[in-house]
Design a binder for this molecule. Structure first.
Ligand code: AMP
Length: 143
């Protein structure tokens, strides 16, 4: 199974903010949309960074309520790791494990095509395992 299979099911919607969006607004978005991160796009629509709930927790732990006034540019991770639609689910799992993050934007030729979360990856992997089990069972019964 590949990243493109996940995107064909969940679609390519990615929630984004600008570098000037406040931490208060980002917290609101994460809460109301029930998501764990937002991508930060610059004026030219290219990926400038990513802000996840972990970045917010870190900012609140260090700065308390004052962090609500910070902007995305102050808390985001700038070196965003991305994946390709043709990457396998296993490869993406490895990337997430190695990088210790749970979100991967999908980019091809500079174009943002979607975002996969660890939840999407686990769901896809479980489905794959279920299909494998069913195929094996059918093979045994047929034999
Ligand atoms: P997460 O586990 O995705 O909530 O993120 C944990 C940390 O990794 C946070 O500091 C995020 O900003 C950062 N992060 C999340 N996704 C990525 C990514 N695709 N590339 C680089 N850093 C990331």
């Amino acid at each position: 199974m590949f990243v493109s299979d996940i995107l064909s099911r969940k679609g390519g919607l990615v929630y984004t903010v600008t570098p000037g969006t406040s931490v208060a607004q980002i917290s609101q978005q994460l809460s109301t949309r029930r998501i764990g991160s937002v991508l930060v796009l610059d004026a030219g629509s290219s990926v400038a960074g990513i802000v996840s709930e972990r970045d917010l927790v870190r900012a609140f732990a260090s700065h308390g309520a004052a962090a609500l006034e910070f902007e995305a540019r102050n808390v985001m991770t700038r070196d965003v790791v991305t994946c390709d639609p043709d990457d396998s689910i296993d490869h993406v799992m490895e990337q997430m494990t190695r990088g210790r993050f749970r979100h991967l934007p999908v980019v091809r030729h500079g174009e943002l095509l979607g975002l996969v979360s660890i939840g999407d990856v686990v769901k896809a992997r479980l489905e794959e395992a279920r299909h494998e089990t069913e195929a094996l069972r059918a093979y045994i019964v047929a034999g």
